[in-house]
Design a protein around this ligand. Structure first.
Ligand SMILES: Cc1cc2nc3c(=O)[nH]c(=O)nc-3n(C[C@H](O)[C@H](O)[C@H](O)COP(=O)(O)OP(=O)(O)OC[C@H]3O[C@@H](n4cnc5c(N)ncnc54)[C@H](O)[C@@H]3O)c2cc1C
Length: 385
């Protein structure tokens, strides 16, 4: 069936997750008026609605730290800027280092944080006990702690970006799957959504874990793999009546924080191969619970009430891809946040908007260019779970 011609648009953003919504907001804030977001399902229905809400600065590479440093102040002032309370609880992020192999990388991170002004510090066992007395820390070599980190509500965040973007003229279309990208003479000319052909000059690939599929429609190779990640939430947490930091047992990848009176726990399943698989594997719960109780024994007194699964959008070096696909003019990639897209969404939106509007990005984003994978020399982020 021939495609119906749709109204021409300047900028089409494919993907209505937190990244697409943030880009739409930042574009309109810079004066772009003709912005269309196409989402194949509903706004936020991808990884954005599945994530744990963690926001932190404790990364091992300068570029990831700087993305956090651009983003955290925005989250601190979100209510002022967007009129929405995102429940940003700055209870801190506590990394527990239990294996010798992680000592040197975290020592390097501590030096980097000091240089860049991240208010994170090394904490010994006694101080960890003071911060979170119910934790078992006998096996902990040391911890790192940043009080300014914490967690917030992902749904309120995406709603904040989308509401303001809409008010400034951006259009969001749900149930509008992009099935084709037209490229003529080496440049993007249109996208196809359902039976419609929408002429446009710029396409921004903000399709998260599905970004490689969209890029392939334009003939662009984007190395992002979908990795299932699972979350379980307990009923109450009897005996735990104080705020707790988002705590990460780095070696096992177990993390936990408070969620609606209970504890939210997540852990990577090392046997999960990359796949577009978003069903929860209840068989994995036993392994998570075993680790969680070993670290926080009072969890023995509660039970798991819910769980869900979603996809990380993993790049080979665990950094996002931000910038143009050199081979196709007008095709911009903003994806591959490798499990950190919520925390980096304000920075990503700002930087992509600056790039698209012809301004010099506030941060040198050349380390995040797509070409780094074929050029070699990319630096891998160590502090990821
Ligand atoms: C269990 C879990 C825990 C996490 N915890 C954290 C955390 O604590 N902190 C943090 O910062 N990050 C976390 N993340 C990662 C974070 O959720 C992602 O990095 C972030 O949501 C990426 O946002 P996005 O907008 O790029 O992708 P998404 O939210 O996945 O949005 C992409 C959208 O594109 C749409 N789409 C795809 N293909 C098409 C198409 N052809 N046409 C139209 N639309 C299309 C999808 O439907 C989807 O809605 C977690 C992720 C998971 C799974």
């Amino acid at each position: 069936m021939p495609a119906v011609p749709g109204a021409a648009t300047d900028i089409v953003i494919v993907g209505g997750g937190v990244i697409g919504a943030s880009i739409a907001y930042h574009l309109t804030a810079r004066g772009a008026r003709d912005v269309l977001v196409l989402e194949r399902d509903t706004l936020g229905s991808g990884s954005t609605s599945k994530n744990a809400g963690g926001i932190r600065q404790q990364f091992s590479t300068e570029i990831n730290v700087r993305l956090s440093q651009l983003s955290v102040p925005r989250y601190e002032r979100f209510a002022e800027e967007f009129g929405i309370d995102i429940q940003f609880q700055q209870v801190g992020y506590l990394f527990l280092i239990t294996e010798e192999k992680d000592v040197a990388p975290f020592q390097r991170s501590l030096a980097l944080w000091e240089r860049l002004g991240v208010p994170a510090r090394r904490v010994e066992r006694d101080e960890i006990r003071a911060i979170f007395p119910e934790l078992v820390v006998d096996d902990v070599i040391f911890g790192t702690f940043c009080r300014r980190d914490g967690h917030a509500d992902p749904t309120s965040i995406i709603n904040g970006f989308a509401t303001r973007a809409r008010a400034a003229g951006a259009r969001f279309r749900e149930h509008a799957e992009v099935t084709g990208v037209d490229v003529e003479g080496g440049r993007v000319t249109a996208v196809r959504a359902r039976d419609e052909r929408i002429p446009c000059g710029t396409v921004i690939d903000a399709a998260g874990a599905w970004a490689p599929k969209l890029a392939a429609m334009a003939g662009v190779d984007v190395p992002i793999r979908p990795l299932r990640r699972q979350i379980f939430v307990t009923d109450g947490a009897p005996g735990l009546d104080h705020p707790i930091p988002l705590t990460i047992e780095f070696a096992s990848t177990l993390y936990m924080h408070r969620e609606s009176g209970g504890i939210l726990m997540g852990m990577a399943d090392p046997s999960d191969a990359p796949a577009y698989r978003e069903t929860l594997n209840w068989d994995f719960l036993a392994a998570v619970v075993e680790r969680a109780i070993a670290r926080l024994p009072l969890l023995e007194r509660t039970s798991v009430r819910s769980g869900w699964a979603g996809l990380y959008e993993d790049t080979p070096d665990k950094h996002p891809i931000l910038g143009p696909a050199d081979a196709v003019e007008g095709f911009i990639v903003a994806a591959g946040f490798s499990g950190h897209g919520l925390m980096h969404a304000p920075a990503a939106g700002q930087l992509v908007a600056e790039l698209v509007c012809g301004a010099t990005p506030s941060l040198d984003i050349s380390p995040l260019r797509l070409a780094r994978f074929r050029e070699g020399g990319a630096i891998t982020e160590h502090n990821v779970i």
